[in-house]
Ligand binder design. Structure first.
Ligand code: SAH
Length: 248
């Protein structure tokens, strides 16, 4: 399989790009590639490019874009907001929601959030790896952890916030997601301890918040995040049309 790397630099034909040490190490030492080998590059702005390794030595690895193979395209506008979890489930959530197409990952601190320290570097590197592997053309933005009240205070106009609530409290997710097809949206999943009464009261009467239920069972927070995003993609996002299907 051709390696696929996310880079920061602009991509244009013939521009030599020296790679950071970790990516150079990956190509040269882990994959044992040398000058002349092909790879794919993307940077979130210039589409996807076919490139070749033009230098691979102890001094570093350089790659040179050859031609664009895919135009940059915007994905569905969906944010995932979640109370931070322990190390292994938060890594899992970061990887999986990147594969599932989340645009923004936003850790939200709620009253019952047990884990308050978030390793943003690790979260970001998980999203980069998952973006490289899944073929997407962007890497999701990972935001600083923010208190729920501040998230609500700065919530942008026109974006609907789906508040995933314990079983039975919200309306069913399916019609709510379907009704919001085409609208920018966010999905909020709470901590293992659930939301506090006053947090529920604070969102209760906002016009831009929609409380949704993901069925009668209590899901772990990581399960709820993936279930909500998959369901939203199917009803309102990029599983509803097929721009990738072969043209007839
Ligand atoms: N302790 C809580 C459960 C928290 S589960 C309780 O007993 O109710 C962690 C988070 O996952 C919740 O805050 C909610 O955002 C989400 N979640 C879990 N099950 C859900 C469901 N059936 N519908 C919608 N959201 C759910």
């Amino acid at each position: 399989m051709t390696p696929r790397l996310f880079v920061q630099a602009g991509l244009a034909t013939g521009t030599v790009l020296p790679l950071p040490a970790d990516q150079g190490h990956y190509l040269r030492t882990v994959l044992r590639l040398s000058a002349g080998a092909e790879l794919a590059l993307f940077n979130g702005r210039d589409g996807e490019w076919r490139a070749t390794i033009t230098a691979a030595g102890r001094a570093g690895v350089e790659v040179t874009p050859v031609c664009r193979t895919q135009e940059q395209a915007a994905g569905p506008d969906i944010w995932l907001l979640f109370a931070p979890l322990k190390r292994s489930p938060i890594d899992f959530v970061a990887q999986k929601v990147t594969e599932l197409g989340a645009d923004v990952l936003w850790p939200v601190i709620t009253r019952h959030t047990a884990v308050r320290r978030v390793n943003l570097r690790r979260l970001r590197s998980n999203t980069v790896e998952a973006a490289e592997q899944s073929g997407r053309l962007t890497v999701p933005e990972v935001r600083e952890p923010t208190a729920l009240a501040d998230v609500l205070g700065q919530w942008p106009d026109g974006r609907v916030l789906f508040f995933c609530d314990e079983p039975g409290a919200g309306g069913p997710a399916r019609p709510a997601f379907a009704a919001a097809a085409g609208r920018p949206a966010g999905l909020l999943v709470g901590p293992e301890g659930g939301f506090a009464r006053d947090e529920l009261d604070a969102v209760g009467n906002r016009a831009d918040v929609c409380r949704v239920s993901l069925g009668p069972r209590i899901l772990r927070a990581d399960t709820a995040a993936l279930a909500a995003l998959a369901c939203w993609q199917a009803l309102a996002g990029s599983w509803t049309d097929a721009p990738w299907a072969p043209k007839t």
